[in-house]
Ligand binder design. Structure first.
Ligand SMILES: Nc1ncnc2c1ncn2[C@@H]1O[C@H](COP(=O)(O)OP(=O)(O)OP(=O)(O)O)[C@@H](O)[C@H]1O
Length: 584
């Protein structure tokens, strides 16, 4: 019940529907138990006594009760559904909201397909229990208590004899629950894996096809699909083993009832009508106990699903606003790193070590270095995607955590090498960070990013709809739209992380020229592998193994006999000559 307690905030606000449903359930159950009593009266007091004139009245009474039962059942079911549907509507929204604020470190290990199955199948399983499961559990207790009461009223001894086998039935049901719950958790997990498989395959279809790995992918899917099938079969196996046993134990009760009840009727200790009523009532007890398997099934599924939902809801949002954060509309853009060290996880080696630099507003800082040397990590810290392990980062003299995350990120425009474009129009993609931007502003941003010309050549211009992930555009075109998107927010700090790697040198030069005009009132970080991309920077930081190993302007670094000069030599001089001087 712990899972349900933890998720209470999502369904308890709608308790009104739950209680209305429960209230009508009392009626439905009450009416159900009245049937055998009427039957008993009809046999014992009307037929056996020869009072046949009562039969039409009883028949009409029956019809009336049936209509009443129909109406109460409708209200009970509708309100039960309303309870489930409205609760998970809120739950789904909150899960989605949570996904927006989960730290990057969570996404480092998360699998999209699995997350999607949690937001769909698991939420659905939870809803099913809210809508039907709760009601079924209550119906179970009500039917058993009321039926037991009526049976006890008719004949205590027959009641005990008939129900003697029920404790065994209860034990079997308990064992069934113990076995079936982990099995359902397995099914859910396997379904998540299956989804991940499909999602990864679709996202990486280019790689799959270009390396002719279709067979491999099919086999991988087959194996996940097989695992899903096996998990289901395993659960069916448990079900198939336990269900006949439950049915057998239920039937033992009926046989005992007929034997002992018949004996009592023969001896005149029980009325025939009472035996008939008993026969119906005993099923009102056996049937819910056997059906408990189904209810427990629902309960187990929804408990397993609820646990998976809680795994998302309970993730610690490590990076969030503290109480006294400030909102700054427009930052100046002075960035300062003071002895900053970053370890992504406790077990990882430092990705950045003792990084110190200052970047004043209006300046362009270039970051260069081998792959994995820590260039991107510097920008990830600036945007507070991750927190430094040691040291502090200041913008305009204030620690990053003093700013609200929203205002911090609104003031920083980031363009990545692999920019994600949404499947909407080019216009909507460019104005994504500032939906209120005017068409002139959108065009202005596109012009700076050297994207305007190719956009206007498209048949629908700015209204061209992009496919998923910007499909239909070249790598360089996508990058330019991403640059326009960042520029459209007019950020105080602009980070271009390998953002022009896919555009040709001439276009890159034109982008840089256009940016120069607007760079004066913002700080720009250019991460690049090509020296040509950052040689005009006011300061170039050369990174190696998480450390800044060299810094200065291009002309200085060229004569510094350090790693920068080596990169320059490799890029601009005859490689053979370098290899010769190294004696290789
Ligand atoms: N999310 C992460 N979790 C754990 N380790 C990470 C993560 N991101 C980066 N790293 C590690 O941190 C180190 C620095 O990576 P970073 O991405 O900053 O390098 P980079 O210089 O930008 O490389 P590239 O030029 O290839 O983009 C690498 O060793 C990398 O494996």
């Amino acid at each position: 019940m712990e899972t349900f307690k933890k998720l209470k905030a999502y369904y308890w606000p709608y308790k009104k529907y739950f209680f209305i449903s429960m209230f009508f359930l009392l009626f439905v159950t009450g009416i159900t138990v009245v049937y055998p009593i009427i039957l008993q009266k009809t046999i014992d007091d009307v037929i056996l006594q020869g009072n046949y004139k009562w039969i039409p009245y009883l028949a009409f009474g029956f019809v009336g009760i049936m209509i009443l039962k129909g109406i109460t059942t409708f209200i009970q079911q509708y309100c039960g559904d309303l309870f489930g549907i409205t609760s998970v509507y809120r739950l789904r929204n909150e899960l989605y909201e949570k996904l927006q604020f989960l730290p990057f470190s969570y996404y480092d290990n998360a699998k999209t397909g699995d997350l999607m199955s949690r937001l769909t199948a698991d939420v659905e399983a939870f809803r099913f229990f809210l809508s039907f499961g709760f009601t079924e559990l209550l119906r179970f207790f009500l039917l058993i208590t009321v039926s037991f009461g009526v049976m006890f009223y008719y004949s205590p001894s027959l009641t005990f004899v008939t129900l003697a086998s029920l404790p065994f039935l209860a034990i079997t049901v308990y064992k069934f629950d113990k076995a079936v719950h982990p099995a359902f958790r397995g099914i859910r997990k396997s379904f998540g894996k299956l989804n991940t498989n499909v999602q990864e395959n679709i996202s990486g279809i280019n790689t799959v096809k270009s390396l002719s790995r279709e067979e491999f992918q099919i086999n991988k899917f087959n194996s996940s699909n097989g695992d899903y099938k096996d998990k289901y079969l395993f659960t069916s196996d448990i079900w198939a083993k336990y269900f006949p046993l439950m049915e057998f134990l239920g039937n033992v009760s009926v046989v005992t009832l007929l034997a002992y009840g018949g004996y009592l009727v023969m001896n005149g200790n029980l009325q025939p009508g009472e035996l008939v009523a008993f026969y119906s009532l005993v099923w009102y007890i056996i049937w819910p106990i056997m059906n408990l398997g189904f209810t427990i099934n629902l309960f187990s599924q929804s408990k397993a699903s609820g646990e998976r939902l809680l795994e998302i809801l309970e993730v610690d949002e490590k990076i969030k606003d503290h109480d006294s954060v400030v909102d700054v509309d427009k930052m100046k853009g002075d960035v300062e790193f003071n002895h900053v060290t970053l370890n992504y996880t406790e077990h990882d080696e430092a990705a950045l070590e003792d990084i110190t630099f200052k970047a004043e507003s209006g300046k362009v800082i270039g970051l260069i270095g081998s792959t994995g040397s820590g260039k991107t990590s510097i920008t990830q810290l600036m945007t507070r995607f991750y927190e430094p392990t040691k040291g502090e980062i200041l913008i305009d003299g204030k620690t990053l955590s003093d700013y609200s995350l929203k205002s911090l990120r609104n003031n920083i425009g980031v363009v990545l090498q692999e920019s994600f474009l949404f499947s909407s129009t080019i216009k909507a993609n460019i104005s994504y960070g500032r939906p209120e931007a005017t068409m002139e502003e959108i065009i202005e941003a596109a012009k700076m990013a050297q994207a305007h010309d190719f956009i206007t050549e498209l048949p629908d211009g700015y209204d061209t709809k992009l496919g998923e992930r910007g499909l239909g555009l070249s790598g360089g075109q996508k990058q330019r739209i991403a640059i326009a998107r960042a520029l459209c927010t007019d950020p105080s700090i602009l980070i271009l992380d390998d953002a022009t790697s896919a555009v040709d040198m001439e276009t890159e030069f034109r982008i840089q020229k256009a940016l120069k005009n607007v760079m004066s009132d913002r700080t720009t970080f250019i991460i690049a592998h090509r020296i040509s991309s950052l040689k005009h920077a006011d300061e170039i930081l050369v990174m190696e193994n998480g450390k800044i190993v060299e810094r200065g302007v291009h002309d200085f670094l060229l004569k510094n006999n350090g790693p920068y000069q080596r990169i320059y030599d490799i890029q601009y001089q005859d490689q053979k000559k370098i290899l010769q001087t190294q004696g290789r």
